[in-house]
Design a binder for this molecule. Structure first.
Ligand SMILES: [Zn+2]
Length: 279
């Protein structure tokens, strides 16, 4: 791992630790649904959106003990019936990077954990560049897309479901209603024709909610902005909150997220929008 990243990573852990007591006071105790966001695994980029493979595996072990890990749609159905007896968790991956197949999938399959993959179809088709680009002087593997065959193989196991993450991965707050409609329609049609499954879920690119009415016409649910646990009382099906998992979380702060804490620095990152690293 590159030394600059190691220093930055420890600095971030320090910030999290200092802010923890305040966040702890506001933690959510009622059982609900966590929707965890992952992007890349083990690519060696030295970025927050790329978790070391070993950390990912350890997190899945913790998750299995701490919550009922369910397919996202099952979790939403159960939440519609009221607060669950214990926390539910859904694992999701955004964009569609090849390392989901090579590094995350073997772990999920081995542990029998379900997950949802939100595919930016233009990226997988090779029409648009990777949504998560490497900065200048970045290290690690090039962000290559999954192939349709790899996605099909994971789907065939019954553990994976797919949803749309738009076609071009542009922020929805920057699109006209007709462009949003085109994104919603095109990505779903591509997924359904390439994979032969019905697609009912959507993840807003860059977690920016926009044209919710358009999305609601095409999809039965949508996952949205960053947040923490979804509670039965306040769950809006087209802006389901997701919990980002960052490389600097490691295991300690991952557990705190499962305690219902939203680290205060998430709000800071929300404003920074990852410093323009993402398209
Ligand atoms: Zn994305």
């Amino acid at each position: 791992m590159n030394p600059r990243f190691t220093v930055v990573s420890w600095a971030k852990k320090g910030v999290k630790l200092v802010l923890l007591p305040a966040a702890w006071a506001g933690r959510e105790r009622e059982p609900g649904l966590f929707v965890l966001i992952y992007h890349r695994v083990g690519a060696g980029m030295g970025e927050e959106m790329d978790l070391p493979a070993r950390v990912f595996e350890d997190q899945m072990r913790v998750l299995r003990r701490r919550a009922d890990v369910v397919p996202l749609e099952v979790g939403l159905d159960r939440m519609a019936e009221g607060a669950p007896p214990r926390d539910l968790a859904a694992v999701t991956f955004d964009d569609g990077y090849a390392d989901v197949y090579t590094r995350a999938w073997p772990v999920l399959r081995e542990m029998g954990l379900p997950a949802t993959l939100f595919v930016a179809t233009g990226f997988v088709e090779g029409e648009v560049p990777p949504p998560l680009s490497r900065g200048r002087g970045a290290s690690g593997e090039r962000p290559a897309p999954l192939s349709w065959d790899q996605i099909g193989e994971m789907l065939g196991s019954g553990l994976l479901t797919v949803g749309s993450h738009s076609h071009t991965h542009r922020s929805f707050d920057r699109l006209s209603a007709s462009e949003a409609d085109e994104e919603a329609r095109r990505s779903r049609d591509l997924l359904e024709s390439r994979l032969g499954v019905a697609v009912t879920g959507f993840a807003y690119p860059r977690a920016v909610v926009g044209h919710e009415d358009v999305i609601a016409r095409h999809y039965s649910y949508a996952v949205a902005a960053e947040g923490t646990k979804n509670l039965a009382g306040g769950l809006a099906p087209h802006r389901v909150a997701r919990t980002p998992v960052r490389a600097s979380d490691g295991l300690f702060f991952f557990r705190r997220r499962l305690d219902g804490i939203r680290p205060l620095e998430d709000r800071l990152y929300g404003h920074m929008r990852w410093s323009g690293r993402r398209r």
